[in-house]
Ligand binder design. Structure first.
Ligand code: ZN
Length: 100
């Protein structure tokens, strides 16, 4: 019901309300972007903490890693437990990976 009244109002004063709506949208976007970025930072921090608990001693898989700030990408050994890249795949591992 509120929605309907709102749209009627827009028809009466289209320009003004559209501006107000844009301002409200921008305010929402700006606030939400900050909140999401903060959440991501907190999650990355927690991820680092949890990964640092892993000793990477329980074996590894060979995976193709996309390039990123931390890694140029390519075939890497990743820890079976925490999935962190822990080294380059050997020639033998690369050959086996290609067969699969
Ligand atoms: Zn690990």
């Amino acid at each position: 019901m509120q929605e309907l009244i709102y749209h009627d109002d827009i028809n009466k004063q289209e320009v003004d309300l559209n501006n107000q709506e844009n301002l409200a949208d921008n305010e929402f976007i700006s606030k939400r972007v900050s909140e999401i970025r903060n959440s991501i930072q907190e999650l990355f921090k927690e991820l680092d903490e949890v990964v640092s608990m892993c000793n990477h001693k329980d074996g590894h898989d060979v995976k193709l890693i996309a390039n990123s700030k931390l890694d140029s990408g390519g075939l890497r050994r990743v820890c079976k437990i925490c999935k962190t890249p822990i080294g380059y795949a050997s020639k033998k591992e690369a050959d086996e990976w290609q067969k699969d």
